[in-house]
Design a protein around this ligand. Sequence first.
Ligand code: NDP
Length: 516
Amino acid sequence: MASVDTTAVDSTNGRGAGAEIAVENPATGEVIAHVADLSADRVAELARRGRAAQPGWHALGFDGRARVMLAMRKWLLDNGDRVVATLVSETGKTLEDAWMIEQTYTAGALSFWAKNAERMLADESVAVATLAVKGKKLVTRCEPLGLVGIIGPWNYPIVNSFGDAIPALLAGNSVILKPSEFTPLTSLLMEEGLLECGMPADVFQVATGRGETGAALVDEVDMIMFTGSTATGKKVMARAAETLTPVALELGGKDPMIVLADADVERAANAAVYYSMLNGGQTCISIERVYVEGPIYEDFVQRVVDKVQAIRQGESTAPGTVEVGAMTTAAQLSIVEQHVADAVTKGARALTGGRRRAGKGHFFEPTVLVDVDHSMQAMTEETFGPTLPIMRVEDAEEAVRLANDSPYGLGAAIYTKDVERGQGLARRIEAGAVCVNDALLNYLAVELPMGGWKASGLGSRHGAGGIRKFTKQQSLLTTRFALKREPFMFPYKATTSKLLFKGLRLIYGRGKRGAR
Ligand code: NDP
């Protein structure tokens, strides 16, 4: 059975005695560890240490920093069983979700950023395009921000927390990570791993605590990378405005899947089930609602129901034994219950599941809902649980209209054999990422930007922008060969001024109005 070596997690971790938070295993309800609940003063102290450590870390250069991060990649796999056991114990997710998503993503991300950080942050020459600077050398360059604060959610304690620390650190910043109060143990393990891999002290620190600890962190850092709910993201942005601290926000979603009549129904059904129930449906880019064209609706629903009925649910203690684990928090379980109850009250039918499981742990049975519409919370609000509401639509136009009928715009998926048509429809979906004949996989492509539109976020992670956002840009203009005095400088003389005005008209004033 997977177990957590809680002795390996120093609950105070040098943070001093004080209030503590009990960490529970959501699949069993057992308390598995205690961590410090850091006050604002303690966060300020971590920030002082982080700032003091940053110049030395930056001075190591890209190669020195990459060496530590690549050592961390090996550490992650050498300590894979312990990392996965910790993840499973504090989230209730399955061993497969921990290995195949958290470990795969993180090993890939450590490789990608270690190999590409230097190129993505290298000085860039800018071609001169304006008359006023003809003959000058123009360069843009990146400088680390200093101290970056990362606030993460509980659903993927490595991917959505430590995952952002990787580019922030490789850019030369020190980092303070505030994990969710429900899942702090994995972040503490990452801190331990980095120290073993040669990371200088205080460059990467974990500030365990509740929401107040996160709020205090916002006041201390040079930039906040926040992943979590839209409601908390707004609070973080408002607080950051007080100190003009830049923020990047990765927020909630209500991702639609569209299945057109010509789709490979079996592939679409498998994808709908997997990508809605993966990680117990607690994925920001989970498939949260499906729109299916009439001619294949019955066939699609039947296949989905057969597959969901075959899902095994429970505590994940050995590989290959359960597909869906626990809900990580009791509060999230109540939201899922509420959305299903609201849908059923308004006329929906639950073809599978539809209720929380009796007994220990936070489990909601995998649930397929039909006869749904947009009057129901299950179709309009983020459910974040193992539910799959399916709606019949007349045609692709109706599907696109309903897909866009949402305050969110994180991801979407379209299934069709006509790939060109699928790509055309994808361009009309209001979402930061759209997959054709796939779903969610875009997240593992660290080379591809990922960020939400509308209420799903601000800015993005991954791609070149995913590391440049952890830097401040400097523009360098250099003049090598020049006159003692430029003609436009003081003192102004009538003849020179008139000549300059005439020159301006000659260069920019020719041709017809509106011509390029
Ligand atoms: P929350 O917004 O509740 O919490 C996120 C983090 O913010 C936690 O560490 C929380 O601490 C902290 N926090 C709470 N209040 C404050 C505050 N006032 N100031 C600063 N920090 C604060 O989100 P969840 O943890 O419930 O995560 C689920 C949400 O995350 C879903 O909406 C999901 O869609 C979204 N998400 C988005 C992703 C994306 O890439 N777009 C990826 C993954 C998840 P504590 O937990 O201790 O209260």
